[in-house]
Every structure is written in structure tokens, then in C-alpha cells.
Design a protein. Structure first.
Length: 328
């Protein structure tokens, strides 16, 4: 048998052996997802991101065709959950609810244990919520002017709660205090729900949580909203002015969140996830559920969402310098 003929036969044999693998691999990719998906929440249960993610998980599960299981992995201002997902297999079966603090922590911490840009593929932004300035409804503080006057009369003694160092609820208040040239005592808690409870329990005088967490208590008459930190009035609280309307410049804050996966996740899987969420977020009942919590559907594609992380890092660094915060 000549060498060319032998090589030809060998090639046919190898092709016959490899043929079953091609369709099998294609079917495996097309089958995604073929088992339940874990969605890591790097925050406590009951916080704004947790409430939002549970609404979205319930909506997207029937669309993507598998259960989406929420796992709360809170701690270190969200860094613990981010580290877990950064090291997870890049197969599309581990997601993270990525939010503004995930980017802010790149500046708030010297070593957060992950790189928010290099260790993740940011699939899309899903929703956003305004930050709202609140006091207990029984408080004698009835306006921003009252709050500023009280802080000025008690320099460094009027206490406010935050959901943790570097969170929007912390930086938002520090922006406000800096703009009004007053000081207050910072009491950091382990999330926005604890912040709200601290205001309700009169442990602190005020706070600035995201509206999604405080909204039910505002509607119920237990909290008083003094201002929102958005660029425009929030349609859920049309009677509440923005900080800008009250003369506070540069105090626009929006808390946002979305979905990210480990770096290296295949394009086809990312596209499948994105398409499922786009379909889920188009449902009127999902839009209404988010609005009932004071949030809103606010979709961005992957590149735009990734750019938002960069902007948040720049903003956080500028705010830290403005209020004299050093990285932890």
C-alpha cells in the first residue's frame, strides 16, 4: 500500500472516530442550561439587591428553563460573595448579582480579593433605584433644612446609619454633609435593611438607603422621606424633592444592579443569559413588582454595563478624596 493511500485511509478513520464528538459538543452547548443555576447575592437577605434579585430570579427561571437558586453570601461589604464567583467555573452555572458597591470596593479596599473588571464578564444591567434621605416619621426633623440645622447645633453628635463603609448610603450622606458644611456621627450597619431598622428604632437620626428597601415603610407612614438623590423626582414619591432642588449640588446618586459571570464564560452562554433576562424584564408584572419596591427596570448591554463599573470607581475615588476617606 502506497504512503499516500495509507495516509488517506488513516484520515478517513480519524474522521469517523471524531464525527460523533462534533454534534455532541454542539448539543451540549445548545442544551445550556441543563441543571439549576446558582445566583450569588453578596448581601444580606432583605436588602434592596436581595429583594430585586428574588423578583428577577422568579421571572427568569421559566424563561431560561431551569431553577435559579439564590444564595446569600454576605460579608466584607460584598467582597466575600464576589471572591466566590470570581473563582467559580466559567460555565454559566454561577452568577453574581453585581451592583455599584462591587465597583466601589475596588477603591474602598486596598485588596478586595478580586478585580471587578478582569475577573468577571458583566452580562447586563437589570435595574436601578434612587437613594432617599429618611428620618423616623415621629422625628421633629421635617425637612432637609431641619436636618442641617440640627447637625450644625450638634456638630459630630447627630448619628446617621449606613449599610456599610463605601456603600451609596454612606457616600451619599457624606456628600450631603460636605455640601452643607456640617458633620455627623457615622454608624455603619450590615446592609440597608439594618439601616432602615436603625432609623425606625430611633437608634440614629437619619439615613440614606436605596428606595427599594425604605419604600414600604415610607408608604406605611413609619418613615418620612425628606429628599431623593436622583437626577429627577421619583415617580413613586412625586411629592418628595430632589437634593438638587433643595440646593445641594453634585449629590446625584443612583443604586444599580445587574448580572455578571466569571471571566471566560463562553459567548453563547452569555448571550443565552442576556436573552432570557431581556424577555423576563419585558413582562408587565415584573416591571410592576420592581416599581412596588421603589425600583425600576433599567437595562444596559454588556459593554455599557462594564463602562458603568469604571465610572463608579472614578466617582468613588473622587468622593473618598472629597470627604477624606482612606482605603481600608
Amino acid at each position: 500500500m502506497t504512503d499516500p493511500h495509507r495516509r488517506r485511509l488513516l484520515g478517513h478513520a480519524l474522521a469517523a472516530l471524531l464525527l460523533p464528538l462534533g454534534p455532541g459538543l454542539a448539543q451540549a452547548e445548545e442544551a445550556y442550561p441543563s441543571r439549576p443555576i446558582k445566583w450569588v447575592l453578596p448581601y444580606l437577605a432583605g436588602t434592596g439587591p436581595d429583594i430585586t434579585a428574588r423578583i428577577l430570579a422568579e421571572a427568569v427561571a421559566p424563561v431560561i428553563g431551569q431553577p435559579v437558586v439564590i444564595e446569600n453570601k454576605a460579608g466584607a461589604a460584598g467582597n466575600i460573595g464576589a471572591r466566590i464567583v470570581a473563582k467559580a467555573p466559567a460555565d454559566g452555572y454561577t452568577w453574581i448579582y453585581s451592583a455599584a458597591p462591587m465597583a466601589a470596593n475596588m477603591r474602598m479596599y486596598r485588596n478586595p480579593g478580586y478585580d471587578a473588571l478582569k475577573d468577571f464578564r458583566h452580562v447586563m444591567r437589570l435595574s436601578s433605584s434612587d437613594v432617599v434621605l429618611i428620618v423616623n416619621a415621629s422625628s421633629d426633623i421635617r425637612s432637609l433644612a431641619d436636618l442641617v440645622a440640627k447637625a450644625r447645633a450638634q456638630p459630630g453628635r447627630l448619628a446617621y446609619a449606613s449599610g456599610g463603609v463605601g456603600t451609596p448610603s454612606h457616600l451619599g450622606v457624606e456628600m450631603l454633609l460636605s455640601a452643607e458644611n456640617v458633620s455627623a456621627l457615622h454608624a455603619p450597619y450590615k446592609g440597608a435593611s439594618e439601616l432602615v431598622n436603625a432609623v425606625l428604632g430611633d437608634q440614629v437620626a437619619f439615613g440614606m438607603p436605596i428606595l427599594a428597601v425604605a419604600y414600604p415603610q415610607i408608604l406605611g407612614g413609619k418613615l418620612r422621606a425628606l429628599a431623593v438623590a436622583g437626577t429627577t423626582r421619583n415617580p413613586m414619591l412625586p411629592q418628595v424633592p430632589t437634593l438638587a432642588e433643595l440646593g445641594v449640588k453634585g449629590a446625584e446618586l443612583t443604586s444599580w444592579g445587574g448580572i455578571s459571570v466569571p471571566a471566560g464564560t463562553p459567548d453563547a452562554v452569555v448571550q443565552r443569559i442576556r436573552a432570557a433576562f431581556e424577555k423576563a424584564l419585558a413582562q408587565p408584572r415584573v416591571v410592576a413588582a420592581l416599581q412596588e419596591q421603589g425600583g425600576r427596570v433599567d437595562m444596559q448591554d454588556g459593554p455599557a454595563y462594564t463602562s458603568g463599573f469604571t465610572r463608579e470607581m472614578v466617582f468613588t475615588e473622587a468622593m473618598m478624596k472629597r470627604v477624606g476617606l482612606e482605603p481600608l
